[in-house]
Design a protein around this ligand. Structure first.
Ligand SMILES: [Zn+2]
Length: 278
């Protein structure tokens, strides 16, 4: 990723280092390529936020935008959108073939996705909503500052601290992190994404959240998750029973595996997670 120039667009939340375009991009709340995937690229389809304060009434996909990133920063982040599209395309196709057990599961399949880009997509989705004050808590709109650290991570200006970042469900019993993309057809048709933020108690700053895509929940933290501390296993901790930055996620039915390998720049992660569906 490179940025050129010193210009900082006042409405671009990624403007800390300059490198802004003079135009705001019409950044979608959730990647436009994902909207097209799930609406069969039908421009007459409408979309809305079912909670929060983003877009409360149905609009056409091209109007489902937040206007909080300049054109150049939006396009710098397009590899993140591509990673999310690859993830969703894979799981959605399998779910449509499997039809919750009424269709076919098929053969072994594996795809490779950049974990760094996918992690960035989760952060971008949360940050875009926060920048547009689109989140709600207790029935009220939340004005949530985006910490500088979040922008540094988004633009790859800093390495993720080991104790921060993406995680997925490792054990059953955590209702916050879903891991079955195949048993609920709604995750293919209507409920294919959602975003639930974590806010800092002092100033409501964005400090992470849970983002669902294609029936899979991803936790993200911009703080030390506290793994190893007794509080981590508190049932109210949304990240309980999770694994950080998985090397892979795979779903196995009758010994046939559908696997997503995540590559990570620092090659640090060797462990992944296997969900047995029998
Ligand atoms: Zn910008």
């Amino acid at each position: 990723m490179t940025e050129t120039g010193d210009y900082r667009h006042a409405k671009c939340y990624a403007n800390l280092h300059g490198g802004c375009a003079t135009k705001i991009s019409g950044e979608h709340y959730v990647s436009h390529n994902l909207i097209k995937l799930y609406t069969f690229d039908d421009p007459t389809v409408t979309i809305l936020h079912d909670n929060g304060y983003g877009i409360p009434r149905p609009v056409k996909p091209k109007e489902f935008v937040a206007n909080v990133l300049c054109r150049d920063h939006n396009s710098l982040l397009s590899p993140a959108d591509d990673a999310a599209l690859a993830f969703a395309t894979f799981l959605r196709r399998i779910a449509l073939s499997y039809l919750n057990g009424n269709g076919t599961w098929g053969e072994d399949e594996t795809i490779e996705i950049s974990g760094d880009d996918f992690q960035r997509w989760v952060l971008k989705l949360l940050a875009t909503h926060a920048a547009a004050s689109a989140f709600a808590a207790g029935g009220k709109r939340v004005v949530s500052p985006i910490p500088d650290d979040a922008v540094h991570l988004l633009l790859d200006k800093a390495a993720w601290p080991r104790t921060w970042g993406l995680c997925v469900a490792k054990e059953p019993g955590n209702s916050y992190l879903k891991y079955d993309p195949f048993s609920d057809i709604a995750t293919v048709l209507t409920d294919w994404w959602s975003a639930h933020p974590f806010f800092a108690t002092s100033d409501n700053a964005l400090c992470g959240g849970v983002v669902e895509l294609a029936g899979v929940g991803f936790g993200l933290s911009l703080y030390n998750q506290g793994r190893g501390l007794p509080e981590f296993d508190n049932p109210d901790n949304p990240l309980k029973g999770s694994i950080q930055r998985p090397a892979y996620m795979e779903w196995v039915l009758n010994n046939v595996r559908k696997r997503i390998n995540f590559s990570w720049q620092d090659n640090s992660q060797i462990f992944g997670v296997t969900y047995i569906m029998d």
